[in-house]
Design a protein around this ligand. Structure first.
Ligand code: CA
Length: 491
């Protein structure tokens, strides 16, 4: 009788019950959707995405994708299209909208029980920031005794790596670009400004910050970077106890793990991301068991440094080539999606990834217009982008097609919400007799991924299977999984 029940469940899954798909409310704010506003949705027909456009697409993000949270790339006034050089930390860039639009966005998100984190760029400002303008004026005129802004940035009398010449015998630090002067983060006045900025956005209802370029705060001085992050964490957490802070430390795994000593909730897991990362490496080698061990070990180490910390997992972001560029078939995109969307901690989907959007090479190509499949709302690509192909899929098509990557992402995210133990990551790695199989045991479920392209059968003696979800069958103590598929077994 039990076997018959299992078969019935499997048949339902295989015949595509997505038409009767039920919405599972998030049980954690653990699925983030990274939005580059300029390329997302345009509400006023000027070709640039904006806050009102984002508001009109929240249904898509919440229900079609299934995300619980947003990460907004910088929205402050800035002379560049990407806005990672801020001119005013307490305003909204006028192409994106107004503070009232932002308040409306926050209200909408609260209604939906969604959260928002915003990019906070503290390593540098724009060269057009009034702080910098005031600073260089007094530095040049040797009138620093008249201004407290002189020491907001780092000046030297001799040329050094990462410095830009201002005048004879006067240079300022600008590690990324001459128009992005580095802030002097040792200056107590700068630190006061930072806490004013965080308080300002916390008062407007935001839930957290994504900290840009944390490994550059003090050059590559990890100890000083950690010290600063610890100061930031301690102080901002006093402003809002349950603030979520995730740092970008685009460096090797050892340094990323070290930085967890700062107390910051998360650092992006660069080692597992991208075409050369651990996930793709193990998928390409079909080594499921090794991938399971790598995930286990990484999370154990991270928790041993900060027991409250959570991993921040992603495939690609605005600085990297899009994942559909290196994961070339839909079946592989689904498998890799399942693997990372079911990892412990928080997961970050870069807008468009869920429909297999492409773009690589120069930065502008990584931030292309979201292909809605409709002229209305679609933005103009960033100026300078040289991506000339059509996007393989549009949002409209992906919504209509029940076999799309979008529907797959949604299904897997619903699993994540249904079994909250996936987020906390309390699991054991199970060794099966197939090295291609990645198998994890949780309290109430097992999760298995078959990294082989072939269907695989493994002996299953861990429990009596009452039901399972995914492309698999169970009979006579054996579990057969289709190639490149994922299964949740409910205990
Ligand atoms: Ca617009």
């Amino acid at each position: 009788m039990r076997k018959l029940f299992v078969l019935l469940v499997v048949t339902l899954v295989l015949s595509g019950c997505s038409s009767s798909k039920e919405y599972v409310a998030p049980t954690s704010q653990s699925v983030y959707y990274e939005v580059f506003l300029a390329s997302f949705y345009d509400s006023d027909n000027d070709g640039v995405g904006d806050i009102q456009g984002l508001i009109s697409k929240l249904d898509y993000i919440q229900y079609e994708v299934g995300a619980s949270s947003l990460w907004l790339m910088p929205i402050h006034p800035s002379p560049t299209y990407h806005k990672y050089d801020v001119v005013d930390y307490c305003e909204i860039d006028e192409t994106y909208g107004t503070l009232d639009d932002f308040k409306a966005l926050m209200n909408e998100l609260k209604e939906r029980d969604m959260t928002l984190i915003m990019d906070l760029v503290l390593n540098h400002t724009s060269s057009q920031h009034p702080w910098f303008q005031e600073s260089i004026q007094h530095q040049k005129n040797n009138t620093c005794e008249q201004s407290t802004y002189c020491d907001y940035y780092n000046f030297k009398n001799t040329l050094d790596t990462g410095y830009t010449k201002l005048s004879n015998h006067l240079y300022y630090e600008s590690v990324f670009w001459s128009e992005m002067p580095d802030l002097n983060l040792d200056n107590p006045l700068v630190r006061e400004e930072i806490l004013d900025i965080t308080q300002y956005w916390i008062d407007l209802g935001i839930d957290g910050f994504r900290l840009d370029a944390t490994t550059h705060y003090y050059g590559e001085n990890t100890e000083k970077n950690i010290e600063f992050l610890q100061w930031f964490n301690d102080n901002v957490r006093q402003q809002k106890e349950d603030i979520y802070i995730v740092g970008e430390a685009w460096t090797n795994e050892t340094v990323i793990l070290e930085m967890y000593a700062s107390g910051i909730d998360s650092f992006f897991n660069f080692g597992f991301s991208g075409n050369d990362g651990t996930i793709m490496k193990k998928v390409n080698q079909q080594k499921g068991y090794e991938l399971a061990q790598a995930i286990y070990n990484y999370n154990e180490t991270l928790k041993s440094i900060n027991p409250m910390a959570k991993d921040a997992v992603f495939l690609s972001n605005h600085d990297t080539g899009r994942s559909a560029g290196y994961i070339t078939t839909l079946d592989y995109q689904k498998l890799v999606g399942s693997i990372y969307l079911l990892m412990p901690g928080n997961v970050f989907i870069y807008y468009g990834e869920e429909i297999g959007m492409k773009g690589s090479g120069i930065d502008e190509n990584k931030r292309l217009a979201m292909p809605w499949g409709d002229l209305k709302g679609t933005t103009i690509n960033p100026s300078g982008s040289d991506y000339r192909n059509e996007q393989p899929y549009t949002v409209n098509d992906s919504i209509k097609n029940s076999d799309s990557l979008l529907h797959h992402y949604n299904t897997v995210i619903q699993w994540r919400y249904t079994y909250p133990e996936i987020v906390t990551g309390d699991f054991k790695v199970i060794e099966t007799d197939q090295k291609e199989v990645m198998a994890l045991e949780y309290d109430s479920i097992f999760i298995l991924h078959n990294l082989s392209e072939e269907s695989l059968t493994i002996p299953w003696e861990h429990n009596d299977i009452n039901s399972l979800q995914g492309k698999a069958t169970y009979s006579n103590g054996e579990l057969t999984m289709e190639g490149l598929s994922s299964v949740v077994i409910i205990k």
